[in-house]
Design a binder for this molecule. Sequence first.
Ligand SMILES: Nc1ncnc2c1ncn2[C@@H]1O[C@H](COP(=O)(O)OP(=O)(O)O)[C@@H](O)[C@H]1O
Ligand SMILES: Cc1ncsc1CCOP(=O)(O)O
Ligand SMILES: [Mg+2]
Length: 262
Amino acid sequence: MTPLSGHLEAMRTAAPLVQNVSNFVAMNVMANVMLAIGASPAMVHARDEVEEFAGLASAVTINIGTLDAEWSECMMLAAGAAARRGVPWVLDPVAIGATTLRRQLGARLLELSPTIVRGNASEILALSGIAARGRGADAVNAVAEAEDSAHNLAHKSGAIVAVTGAVDFVTDGTRAMRVSNGDPIMPRVTALGCALTGVVGAFAAVASAFEGTVAALAYYGAAGEVAARSANGPGSFQVAFLDALYTMQGPDLDAIARVRAI
Ligand SMILES: Nc1ncnc2c1ncn2[C@@H]1O[C@H](COP(=O)(O)OP(=O)(O)O)[C@@H](O)[C@H]1O
Ligand SMILES: Cc1ncsc1CCOP(=O)(O)O
Ligand SMILES: [Mg+2]
């Protein structure tokens, strides 16, 4: 396995263009996070250009956070274009257990073979067909509760499935890893999960989907730990987090990361 630092350095060298069909809450947060890590984000979702743009991007991310009928159509077009062109694409099934609209779109997007699915435990349970509703976009389930579902979902869909929370879990349906970096203040800042999905996309542009996802999660959690040391609450954390993502070097990541195979 390539060291985590190797993936971070490769991602920064490539500065991949990542197309994000995101949501109204996350767009600004996500773009700032992606610029801080050294990637090039483009929040492009209009029906008339979304497929063309997917041909320019090194990765595509699809997030159902603030969907309506038109967003849904654009997401299907973008995911389809990425899948046809072999561009890695990441699904973030925000609040998928909450409504029929979300569940139906999630099922249709899964048919387009996402490279990676990244969500919290309640979302991964719901996407797997287990009756977990979450609390809107927030998880009410622990990661451990969703690990079997993640495994089955990965096996069935062919996607790498990442369940995030206090200890992240990543599986390809056969092997699995846990990443125990991060800080409990992270879910107190909106859209940090959505922004992480963009970071996963940037790493998937330069690494295998499994290794890239693990590296992205470890880097993100490590930066969260560094930022939490100087933060007084969610406001100062948000600023410190962007700085930590920006300043973290490969050797820092290798030293702070807590990644283990299961
Ligand atoms: N209790 C926690 N302790 C440490 N890190 C956490 C905790 N909860 C979430 N995180 C981290 O926050 C980031 C966003 O994950 P999460 O909150 O699960 O996403 P979402 O916002 O989509 O629900 C991940 O890096 C995850 O590891
Ligand atoms: C609060 C909210 N409502 C719809 S999308 C969204 C953002 C969710 O962000 P995250 O999944 O990163 O917590
Ligand atoms: Mg989320």
